[in-house]
Design a protein around this ligand. Structure first.
Ligand SMILES: [Zn+2]
Ligand SMILES: [Zn+2]
Ligand SMILES: [Zn+2]
Length: 163
């Protein structure tokens, strides 16, 4: 593409911008803004690339997503991820404990996200996830039942707690 094509593409994408009601736009004027689109971000990245601005290209491409979007404190993670809804490697659920959060990892979750509950005293999980049974069954799967009623699992949990 030559540069005038790249510019045309930016303008064409910009022509589709419009204010849209949604959860980002609130009740008062000052809360309103026009959201950008993935198409415009990509077109701008293309323009930046055509102008040899590599850092800006990388930034705009990253903002076109998909991004991690894990919120910790007042920060949002903008790391690139493999697919929409996925966390970055730093914010994978198994890293919860290193960040001071719950260690629970949902089994077989297509979009695994960290539980940001605070660990209950004496455990590495939040109160809600601590109630999910951790016993690994004969088929190799974690039981996962909430307040598990299985007497065998209760026994195994008590035995594990003693060790
Ligand atoms: Zn992240
Ligand atoms: Zn939890
Ligand atoms: Zn169980």
């Amino acid at each position: 593409m030559d540069e005038s094509d790249v510019i045309d593409r930016v303008l064409q994408e910009a022509a589709d911008l419009t204010p849209t009601p949604g959860f980002v736009n609130g009740d008062t004027y000052s809360q309103w803004y026009v959201e950008t689109s993935v198409g415009l971000l990509k077109a701008l990245a293309g323009l930046a690339a055509a102008r040899g601005q590599l850092a800006l290209t990388e930034r705009l491409e990253r903002f076109a997503g998909p991004m991690c979007f894990e919120v910790t404190g007042d920060k949002v993670c903008v790391a690139m991820v493999r697919a929409e809804g996925m966390p970055c490697s730093k914010h994978a659920p198994e890293n919860g404990p290193t960040l001071g959060f719950c260690a629970y990892v949902a089994p077989h979750d297509e979009q695994p996200r960290m539980c940001k509950g605070a660990p209950k005293e004496g455990t590495d999980r939040c109160a809600e996830h601590e109630a999910h049974c951790r016993i690994v069954k004969k088929n190799g799967k974690v039981c996962g039942n909430w307040n598990c009623p299985s007497p065998a699992h209760r026994k195994a949990r008590q035995a594990a707690a003693r060790h």
